[in-house]
Write a protein that binds this ligand. Sequence first.
Ligand SMILES: Cc1cc2nc3c(=O)[nH]c(=O)nc-3n(C[C@H](O)[C@H](O)[C@H](O)COP(=O)(O)OP(=O)(O)OC[C@H]3O[C@@H](n4cnc5c(N)ncnc54)[C@H](O)[C@@H]3O)c2cc1C
Length: 420
Amino acid sequence: MGESRERPGARVRGVRGSQHAAAGAPGAAARRLAEALGIHALAGGLKVEDFDYMHSLIYADEMARSGSIGPSGSLTTGFAFGVPPILKFGDEKLQERFLPDLLTGKKRCCIAITEPDAGSDVANITTTAVKAPCGKYYMVNGAKKWQVIFSFVSYSRSLSSRPQRNPNHIAGSQTVSGQTTPPWPCGRAPPDSGAAGLSLLIVPLKGHKGVSMRRLKVGGQVSGGTTYIELDNVPVRVENLVGVEGMGMRYVMTNFNHERLSVAVAVTRQARVALSAAFEYVMKREAFGKPLMDQPVVRHRLAKAGGLLESQWAWVEQFAYQMSQMPADDADRELGGMTGLLKAQAGIVLHECANTAVLLFGGNGYTRSGQGELVEMIYREVPGARIPGGSEDVLLDLAVRQLVKLYKAKTKALEAKAEL
Ligand SMILES: Cc1cc2nc3c(=O)[nH]c(=O)nc-3n(C[C@H](O)[C@H](O)[C@H](O)COP(=O)(O)OP(=O)(O)OC[C@H]3O[C@@H](n4cnc5c(N)ncnc54)[C@H](O)[C@@H]3O)c2cc1C
């Protein structure tokens, strides 16, 4: 009874105990936190501890059934990609301060890596976090672009980096994705630290001093609330650092695997919605005295796009299953590059399916109202699948580079074994 009257943060503290000993087991940490907050079961009565990547797949898939990933993006993107680094890498105090409000939806967050001049090239971000002379705050300066979500965001986790020539830079990180650098004494210019200088910092956004946000209108995902964030001398408590200074790049890369799998699931569902709508339409639409479905060319188009779609979905399911069965470290090592390929391929499949659907809807597929409005909207959202979370070209390349790395490492291990 006494425990039930404690504040959530205190209860979290009480149950966590050896949480940090369970490094690499964020699922266990999340479970303890959820229990401490009184969250014992999820929708459908699913026990929190039973939730795995297959459930995550079902969730992302169901959320995308409308055909747009804007609504699901606005509801879950910030949490899904912003909370895990706190769970995995944040210290106990940080988790106590932020997770109760985030896990219960009282506050929201986003992940802010991309900047106006650095997207694919994460190591090149220039946002800085400089320790104030008092040692209590980082002063954060920079801009973040395309963050989902705009008006709801309470916190942003970002990576900040330091420009070389600023003599006052010390260490900085915001919690969104961005780069941070190890601390440097005030008045000394840091070396060009690149990826090694990136850190993650939780930056309060809404109503916070020095923060301004404005909505960016992108081609689709209207409800996603894509945002431009300006940070002008924003004071952020040093305790808001996630994990260790200089480790931001690693944290962000780990985070990308989950993000890319989620995107692949949702995007593959979008492709199915588009193709199903086209299937239904050509069954009833008549031209030249018969339904369009009776035209061999129409069936051929549907078959080609459908084959891509079904094989992509089978791969997505296989992937989620592998992720739920493999230990996290093994999955990161073995599947990191392939997750990028899965996400890139999902965009390619969506492109093909949306294209086919628009064509088969004819003029209706190019009209923002009426029978074809859904496929018209999905077609506009194709770039929103191919670019965010790692652009297609970048991910295709990453996948093969990772395979080369694995190939070399495994060959070396086999050779070493053979010599024994
Ligand atoms: C709707 C939307 C939502 C987003 N949400 C978020 C968010 O929540 N948080 C966040 O931090 N960011 C977000 N982003 C940013 C997104 O992750 C970046 O736009 C993306 O990583 C690409 O970066 P860029 O736009 O700077 O393109 P650039 O890096 O300038 O690249 C442009 C193009 O050049 C090519 N290219 C670049 N580098 C290479 C390479 N090494 N090899 C081959 N080709 C290459 C690719 O074709 C690429 O598309 C979002 C973007 C959009 C559009």
